[in-house]
Design a protein around this ligand. Structure first.
Ligand code: CIZ
Ligand code: SF4
Length: 302
């Protein structure tokens, strides 16, 4: 059945002049039909530079919004519009405006895991790949607000030796990975390198050989001499890591690290999305222009 679906998707994709982008956490069946896989920013950059007319974005809502912010002339559609990010939903634009009022001198750095409305309130955007570099570039600023992820903020603060004003946001999936999980897997696989995402608990980050975003993990696993890896992030990444490195072994730190929102999209939904060209994600122009500035400032730093 997948073969049939795959063929239909391929044909319709051509007819619609569409490309399919899949986040590293998507289901294997989605990654298999994607033209590109990557983290949210890699995918948005691909969206911005493609000649395709339609972008089928398989990820969560803020990622499709980011693609739309960077390429407003293209039709960005999500095969499941209800794929949201609970972390992004923990901070509203109104919350951030209030925080800014309390610290009027502070420069505002925001993780890409935020809504377009929140991005419009930021000075600079960042990702888990470049958060440390972004904060390091703000040496002349006395106060820095860093939202919404308190654990990413903790990691960045330790790496940069900067005090950050943060928000009480977190990723409900990454906090499921516990230090005991890492210790147990290390016992089972004593030669494995431990890679963890900076959205994890600080007690988990402290046990890692490598703390990085999903795209950095793919790079690290490919370049490392090690043959085995314990992976402390959403388990969808394991499929990509294994496919790209068939001679190496990857063990999830915890089978509980599943993001249900990342698992909503299927091949069937991709086919429907291509048939009906729905659901469109478009950011209103006034918000888009302001949000784009924050993303462009980040591009200038990295
Ligand atoms: O930016 C992304 O794609 C996220 C949320 C995860 C990562 O580290 O790739
Ligand atoms: Fe959001 Fe966490 Fe899911 Fe990523 S894994 S989309 S941060 S809830």
């Amino acid at each position: 059945m997948f073969k049939d679906l795959r063929e239909k998707i391929k044909q319709l994709k051509k007819r619609r002049k569409a490309i399919i982008l899949a986040h590293n956490y998507q289901l294997p069946e989605v990654q298999d039909v994607a033209d590109y896989r990557g983290d949210s920013l890699e995918l948005s950059r691909i969206a911005a530079n493609t000649d395709a007319k339609v972008i089928v974005f398989c990820g969560v809502h803020f990622m499709a919004e980011t693609a739309s912010i960077l390429c407003p002339d293209k039709l960005v559609i999500m095969p499941d519009i209800h794929s949201g990010c609970p972390m992004a939903n923990m901070l509203t634009a109104e919350d951030l405006r209030k925080l800014k009022q309390r610290y009027p001198q502070a420069i505002v750095v925001g993780y890409v895991n935020t809504s377009a409305e929140v991005k419009a309130e930021l000075d600079i955007c960042c990702t888990s790949t470049n958060a440390v570099a972004v904060v390091n570039a703000l040496k002349d600023k006395k106060e820095i607000i860093f939202v919404p992820d308190k654990y990413l903020a903790d990691y960045v603060s330790k790496k940069t030796q900067r005090k950050l004003i943060c928000w009480n946001g977190f990723c409900p999936t990454h906090v499921k990975i516990l230090p005991e999980d890492i210790k147990r897997e290390k016992k089972f696989h004593p030669f494995a390198k431990v890679m963890v995402h900076p959205e994890c608990l600080p007690s988990v980050v402290a046990l890692a050989d490598n703390v990085s975003s999903t795209s950095q993990m793919c790079k690290f696993a490919g370049e490392s001499e090690a043959k085995e890896f314990i992976v402390g992030t959403e388990i969808g990444l394991i499929y990509r890591l294994k496919k790209d490195n068939p001679k190496k072994e990857f063990y999830p730190a915890s089978e509980a690290a599943v993001c249900p929102n990342m698992k909503r999209i299927t091949q069937e939904k991709i086919l429907f999305a291509l048939e009906e060209l729905k659901e469109e994600v478009r950011v209103p122009d006034n918000i888009r222009r302001r949000a784009k500035k924050a993303i462009e400032r980040m591009f200038k730093i990295i």
